[in-house]
Design a protein around this ligand. Sequence first.
Ligand SMILES: Nc1nc2c(c(=O)[nH]1)N[C@H]1C(S)=C(S)[C@@H](COP(=O)(O)OP(=O)(O)OC[C@H]3O[C@@H](n4cnc5c(=O)[nH]c(N)nc54)[C@H](O)[C@@H]3O)O[C@H]1N2
Ligand SMILES: Nc1nc2c(c(=O)[nH]1)N[C@H]1C(S)=C(S)[C@@H](COP(=O)(O)OP(=O)(O)OC[C@H]3O[C@@H](n4cnc5c(=O)[nH]c(N)nc54)[C@H](O)[C@@H]3O)O[C@H]1N2
Ligand SMILES: [Mo]
Length: 562
Amino acid sequence: MSNSMDDVAKHAQTFFIIGSNTTEQHPVFGTMIRRAVKYRGAKLIVADPRKIDITEIATLHLRQRPGTDIALINGLMYIILEKGWEDKTFIDERCENFDEFKATVMEYPPEKVAEITNIPVEQLYETAEIIATSKPTAVIWAMGITQHIVGVRNVMDLANLQMLLGNMGVPGGGVNPLRGQNNVQGACDMGGLPNVFPAYQPVTNPEVIEKYGTAWGLKVEGLKGEGENLQPATFQLSNRIGMTVTEMMPGILEGKTKLLYILGEDPVMSDPDTKHIRHCLEELDFLLLQEIFPSETSVYADVLLPGVTFAEKTGTFTNTERRVQIVRQAIPTQGDARNDWWITAEIAKRVLNIRMKDEGGRMNENAPYASWNYKDASAIMDEINALVPSYGGVTHTRLEAGERLQWPCPTKDHPGTPILHTKQFTRGKGKFMPIDHISPAEKPDDDYPMLMSTGRVIYHWHGGQMTRRAKGIMEVYGEALIEVNPDDAIKIGINGKTHIRVTSRRGMIEAKAWVTDRVPPGMIYANFHFPAASANELTHAALDPTAKIPEYKITAVKVELA
Ligand SMILES: Nc1nc2c(c(=O)[nH]1)N[C@H]1C(S)=C(S)[C@@H](COP(=O)(O)OP(=O)(O)OC[C@H]3O[C@@H](n4cnc5c(=O)[nH]c(N)nc54)[C@H](O)[C@@H]3O)O[C@H]1N2
Ligand SMILES: Nc1nc2c(c(=O)[nH]1)N[C@H]1C(S)=C(S)[C@@H](COP(=O)(O)OP(=O)(O)OC[C@H]3O[C@@H](n4cnc5c(=O)[nH]c(N)nc54)[C@H](O)[C@@H]3O)O[C@H]1N2
Ligand SMILES: [Mo]
């Protein structure tokens, strides 16, 4: 998030929630927004094809056709420009490329947008007026925006909207993606991405390679070759961009991936097109899985290493508003389990030794962070403080003392940064991007006439390895339910029966129907919490070209009685 939860809950005059089931999937923040709407009178626009819980308190609920968000956002910006509601000073002083952007937006008059999105023209005008006049507006989104082949373009267009309205760098405004997993933000910050080192420093930047190579003892002068062919050589960190998960899996069948080390993921449940994933894992040479439970994926593992749960570890999680939070070990480690960081370090040491031996080099053992012998989690944080600029001042000591720190926090006396981009953007000027609507990869047709959207329910967590083990939860929600609109239920002939069969070009599942107007006619909604009826048997791996995220939100399906 560019802003903070407290900040937008306190200062936003309007919340524009687009593609986030906020009260069910982010209940803490959802509650803060609910209170702001109920007690402070803040306005709330929800753009979501489904009638999710938070729409009950919305000023307006826009029910767009799935996969048409760009048309919607462009349509709103068209009206804002038509009425002269844009923030001219902000655009002039802080942004560039306005004219090219405007030319694209002008291609999206309300009538055309209504046709693409199925949102009435009057609602478009009403929405534009609310977000442009009850300022600042905080834009909030999650997977309804990103899990599309246009995920990145959707996000860029929301940034366009906020620059157009001058809602960036101000309290109560901003672009606010809600991060999902407890530490997904921290994992990205620490370089858990194929193209960057920690703090988003590109792996292709020679200065960054030099910096980390030196610190980690991996920039060494050595010798290469054998016997008489020994040559002096410099070893350094690779500057090659790696693969994303969604490239590694198909990479198995292309011979590009030989070995996988999976840490806390259950791809048989969570990756698209389960049959294909199972096939890939069968073909894989070697799978090392680090887990807290046997999972659907563990049957494919050659080696299963027991990591520890959140309750057994000390360390930090970085949340959606860039706040680093300390967690402390509450119960003793169970059985043979070990800290995840310890296991990773032990593997890393051995891999490094083998690599060095193969290449004839030697690590520089005097380098400050070459050893991988960490005493505890705070020793890892010391290294982060030294090497990751935005975390420079986020020390365990400060966190233990109760300081609430949000990065960037470069030094030990820096208070942290609740709001980003207050004076300028990371690249300097904010660049308006001309973004056109593109149709989803798969469209309903004669064979598969309905559209399936997928996501979560409040009671379960992803593949359900943790929540399906909780008795109380299973009593409340013990099997997969598929949301079906009453009109469709009549057409399918449910009429007192309970179970439906859903088929896509990849597979088939059978589950109980939940007949409800939460979904519009023509659309069903399924989850991936239960192996017996996981939506991912049906989904497909059409990827966003930049982020490589799959289009989980749109699959063409056929629905019949089971
Ligand atoms: N209980 C629970 N909470 C969770 C999780 C969990 O598994 N269980 N997972 C966590 C994780 S990792 C994540 S990423 C988050 C996800 O949090 P969210 O993204 O809020 O949840 P989703 O269920 O993926 O769906 C988001 C919304 O997008 C809507 N949607 C579908 N298609 C479109 C579209 O084309 N356009 C728009 N605008 N909206 C669309 C759906 O109707 C849905 O309401 O939740 C986190 N919180
Ligand atoms: N159809 C469809 N598919 C989706 C999505 C969707 O909306 N629709 N959403 C996608 C999204 S946003 C996400 S984030 C993914 C999530 O997908 P996954 O990350 O695969 O799912 P999780 O169930 O969160 O976690 C995987 C495993 O981590 C283990 N685990 C938990 N804590 C620890 C720990 O501390 N250490 C170790 N070593 N293991 C641990 C659990 O036992 C679990 O089996 O699913 C994606 N898949
Ligand atoms: Mo997620």
